[in-house]
Ligand binder design. Structure first.
Ligand code: PLP
Length: 445
């Protein structure tokens, strides 16, 4: 079943595997954006990864800018992470009981996030946000949640309205299978709009348990909060007795050592901070692990201490804990400096190539994260509506040109690009070489 490297025709292993997968898995994928639905063509099956590159089933190597959708902060198959997982595996795959790595990982999170007193480990970002909301409802006794349009917090029922990510990619307003009663418990507001937030609190006094927000929106492309928005949001929520849940699943330990909150923290008046945080992706080092954490009195609402139930057979799994702990311990200043330098260099190369080809665009940044919007944006976009109208045909042409040239980008115009500590100057140079032709392809689309 091997074929010419790079082939995607009938003789390609990628195409063969995609056909087999489609026979037994809905859409051939276990998470929708992997399906190439918005870009067309054959999804690649990756068989290995090392540092900044991944290799597909046809033996073709790509420079990777997906980074497993975030976890691969140190690069793929980082030797120390792999070794830690191998050693943990040799000791046993899980016991359904506590292991020392769990409190060590919690301590590591708290060391970076002084706002967090206690941490609960779960297995996915979806569980982390779902549980944070349950804690907020349990602690306040209130029913309603506010989320912002274009923010993605995982796929729990109450959080799928106007949710960015795959729903933006496929143009879906929400999900079938969510009852009207559940949907009505979530108020969806425009991002970066404090007046709308104020209005919602005025309309539903004493009913709103929490505002959940991506620390910097990163599932509709990158859209950082406007200056003053996060501060205003926290002030408004607290003034109305509601909690703030800052979702750092994507940005946590990546946008900076302490996530995007770590960037905004210094601009906040003393003591003004979110109440709960959610983490995922980097914190699990590539294995299924996520977390929620926050103020002691809120986290103590969780069973076995308090009345809010949450649990998980695989929570705190020793392999996942080993991967996350080793990743965070290796993510030192030098790693974040490398990530910043790589993102800065890439942003410049991308901007230059698209400008030279005459493609209207905007490169968006949040710390070490970047994305590109295809369209005319004389002023920075601030809301989901601002970005929904972008020219996805140009993205499609750009994406395929880059893929053919050996650069693996997110297969959606609405997703962030992820660099890693292995994205050195040589790797950025490889990407830069592919950009002019891709920009011309976008121009022609
Ligand atoms: N929150 C944010 C900000 C995310 O980006 C994601 C996933 O992309 C999630 C939550 C859900 O995480 P998971 O896919 O691990 O369930």
């Amino acid at each position: 079943l091997r074929s010419e490297p790079g082939a995607t025709g009938p003789a390609s292993a990628n195409a063969e595997f995609a056909a087999r997968a489609a026979g037994v898995i809905p859409g051939g994928v276990n998470s929708p954006v992997r399906a190439f639905g918005s870009v067309g063509g054959t999804p690649r099956f990756f068989v290995s990864g090392s540092g900044a590159t991944v290799t597909d089933a046809d033996g073709r190597e790509y420079v990777d800018l997906v980074g497993a959708w975030g976890p691969a902060l140190l690069g793929h198959a980082h030797p120390a992470v792999v070794e830690a997982v191998q050693q943990a595996a040799a000791r046993g795959l899980g016991f359904g009981a506590s292991v020392p790595g769990e409190y060590e990982l919690a301590e590591e999170i708290i060391a970076r996030m002084p706002e967090v007193d206690l941490v609960r480990l779960v297995s996915t970002g979806t569980e982390a946000t779902m549980t944070a909301i349950r804690v907020a409802r349990g602690a306040t006794g209130r029913p309603l949640i506010i989320k912002f349009a274009g923010h993605y917090h995982g796929h729990s029922d109450g959080l799928l309205a106007a949710a960015g990510s795959g729903l933006a990619t496929f143009g879906l307003p929400g999900s079938a299978g969510v009852t009207a009663e559940t949907a009505a418990q979530t108020l969806v507001l425009p991002y970066n709009n404090l007046a709308a937030l104020e209005h919602a609190f005025a309309t539903h006094p004493s009913e709103i348990a929490a505002v959940i927000t991506e620390s910097a929106a990163a599932n509709m492309g990158i859209l950082p909060p406007d200056p003053g928005f996060t501060e205003g949001l926290i002030r408004l929520a607290h003034a109305h007795g509601a909690l703030v849940i800052t979702d750092e699943v994507l940005t946590g330990f990546r946008a900076s050592a302490a996530g995007y909150w770590g960037i905004e923290r210094a601009t906040m008046p003393d003591g003004l901070q979110p109440d709960l945080f959610t983490f995922g992706k980097v914190v699990g080092g590539g294995l299924p692990l996520a977390a929620l954490g926050g103020r002691r009195d809120l986290m103590e609402q969780l069973a076995p201490l308090g009345p809010v139930y949450q649990g998980g057979t695989l929570s705190g799994n020793p392999l996942a804990v080993a991967a996350g702990l080793t990743t965070l311990r290796h993510a030192d200043d030098a790693v974040y400096e490398r990530l910043s330098a790589a993102a800065d260099a890439l942003a410049v190369e991308l901007d230059d190539a698209l400008t030279a080809a005459g493609v209207a665009h905007r490169v968006q940044r949040a710390g070490t994260l970047l994305s590109v919007l295809f369209g005319d944006y004389p002023v920075a976009p601030a809301t989901y509506d601002d970005v929904l109208g972008q020219d996805t045909a140009k993205h499609r042409a750009f994406f395929h040109s880059m893929l053919e040239a050996g650069v693996n980008l997110p297969p959606s115009a609405f997703e962030a690009w992820f660099v890693s500590a292995a994205h050195d100057d040589r790797v950025i140079g490889r990407i830069a070489e592919a950009l002019p032709a891709a920009a011309r392809a976008a121009a022609a689309a």
